[in-house]
Design a protein around this ligand. Structure first.
Ligand code: CMX
Ligand code: CO
Length: 143
């Protein structure tokens, strides 16, 4: 079901500073910057690698407000790994299969993610403390 690790989502207070860090220390390149009001984030995708099942990224996330998923996480735990995003071929089908196994779905149906992807989250309490995102990439992009 899981094709690859699409991205690691990292929560930070200052997106510009964190981008500068990942560019200068690891030599990564920003391929997309977006504000996603629905998810409450200002974010950047930095390309890490290409594989035969698609590419992988680091997703840097700054909250738009304190009362958002990432804002609450920062207040509770501070900066660090916020979630793992796995590539799937069909996010709707994956949600159906995973939900049938009793894992709580945060999203009953897919939402809009970065770079045109369809995304959905699984509850961290049912995935061993790991907030887990399913990502179906857009056919319009080469992501
Ligand atoms: N990883 C692991 N555990 C997490 C977590 C995370 N990222 N975020 C929250 N939790 C835990 C909390 O520690 C808390 O556990 P305890 O009760 O043991 O303290 C519990 O989950 C509830 O957390 P909360 O702070 O009360 O927050 P909420 O229940 O309001 O929200 C969650 C938690 C996961 C449902 C919410 O963050 C969510 O819906 N996330 C999905 C959307 C998202 O994260 N969007 C931003 C990224 C967008 C993108 O990738 O494109
Ligand atoms: Co993500």
């Amino acid at each position: 079901m899981l094709l690859r690790i699409d991205h690691v989502g990292i929560a930070c207070h200052n997106l510009a500073e964190k981008i500068e860090f990942y560019e200068s220390v690891f030599g990564l390149t920003v391929v997309s910057r977006e504000v996603n009001e629905e998810q409450g984030v200002r974010e950047a995708m930095l390309h890490v690698a290409d594989g035969d099942r698609g590419a992988s990224y680091v997703q840097l996330l700054e909250p738009l407000h304190p009362d958002t998923a990432v804002g609450k996480f920062l207040a509770k735990r501070g900066e660090g790994v916020h979630h793992i995003g796995y590539g799937v071929a069909d996010v709707t089908k994956a949600l159906e299969d995973i939900g049938a196994k009793g894992v709580r779905l945060i999203d009953q149906r897919p939402r809009h993610g970065s770079m045109g992807a369809s995304i959905a989250f699984l509850h961290p309490k049912d995935v061993g403390g790991v907030l887990t995102e399913l990502v179906e990439t857009s056919r319009q992009t080469s992501r």
